[in-house]
Design a protein. Structure first.
Length: 318
């Protein structure tokens, strides 16, 4: 006699047996932390491509960026405090003066460094020696205010927390950081590489569904097919890193959410503190995080290049 319950149990068992296994989410491995020295309240962090220098943007008191030598390349525990070089962003013709410096980045060869504040002011310094603040000249103000210039935001205002370029400088990325204003990554096309004032058109991609709080930083992998969005505001329940897969490199409109590491910066997980800026090592096998509250920089190892949530070969089905 046909036993219907037993039959369906067998079918269900076979279904579970041959169901494809879900890929395990890729997580960074915490290695070490170190003091950001006098760069208190570090909001942005960058390393030189050879890993011998680390740079911080300092939030709040003062408008300064800091440079330190790493005695061992890419090892943040070897910061040499005596090597400190400070770049004063309020000492030229294109000053950042509102006390809300949000981030820094370099052009492709390290001969220019860019700083942006929450009010949309940006200034640029040309460096005599790549990745060295010791000798510089300030570029002429382009007259742009990036809170409103070419803004695609619904309220025509962007409140940026950092900036990025693509690999050849033909695109620049800012983002609307504030949750209640529909946080979005904004992509600008530059007529002249690494010249923000030559921006012509924009695209944007809303990340509110996955972030639901304040965006602190964004970054990309080397070919722009993965985008990383750091969030933090208030308690550590709002700390996270959302990852997106882009079907066309550096085109934010092609992004699909791959997953989010919620609270992996928390002390219970990695001793990582309050996340602000992030930076990848030159080969993508290390992640660095500026810890705003604890005045530190944290270093992580990755199991594959730029491997957070997914590795490059992993697909996104949503």
């Amino acid at each position: 006699m046909f036993n219907k319950p037993k039959f369906f149990f067998i079918i269900f068992f076979l279904y579970l047996t041959y169901l494809p296994a879900q890929a395990e989410i890729v997580k960074p491995k915490y290695i070490r932390g170190a003091s950001a020295e006098t760069a208190t309240k570090p909001i942005g962090v960058e390393l030189s491509p050879d890993g011998t220098k680390v740079f911080f943007a300092r939030f709040a008191a003062g408008q300064h960026m800091y440079q330190y030598t790493l005695d061992t390349p890419f090892d943040v525990s070897t910061i040499d405090a005596s090597s400190e070089v400070i770049l004063d962003l309020g000492a030229g013709s294109d000053d950042l003066t509102n006390g809300r410096l949000e981030g820094l980045t370099f052009n492709g060869d390290g001969t220019k460094v860019y700083a942006i504040d929450f009010g949309g002011k940006m200034n640029v310094h040309s460096l005599e020696t790549p990745y060295d603040f010791s000798s510089f000249t300030q570029d002429v103000d382009d007259g742009k205010t990036w809170t409103t210039y070419l803004s695609p935001s619904s309220d025509n205002v962007i409140r940026p927390h950092d900036m990025r370029f693509n690999s050849d400088g033909s695109k620049m990325f800012l983002f609307e950081a504030t949750h209640n204003a529909n946080p979005s990554v904004v992509e600008y096309h530059l007529a002249t590489p690494y010249l923000p004032g030559s921006a012509t058109t924009t695209k944007s991609f809303n990340v509110d569904d996955e972030t639901n709080t304040v965006i602190q930083d964004i970054d990309f992998d080397d070919d722009g097919t993965r985008m990383y969005v750091v969030t933090s505001s208030g308690t550590n329940a709002n700390w996270g890193l959302a990852v997106y897969k882009l079907s066309i490199g550096f085109d934010v409109t092609t992004a699909k959410h791959a997953g989010t590491l919620a609270n992996f910066f928390s002390a219970d997980e990695t001793q990582g503190g309050t996340p602000a800026g992030i930076h990848f090592g030159n080969d993508g096998m290390k992640l660095y995080q500026a810890d705003y509250e604890n005045n530190k920089i944290h270093e992580y190892d990755l199991i594959c290049p730029y491997g957070i949530v997914i590795c490059e070969e992993d697909t996104v089905s949503n």
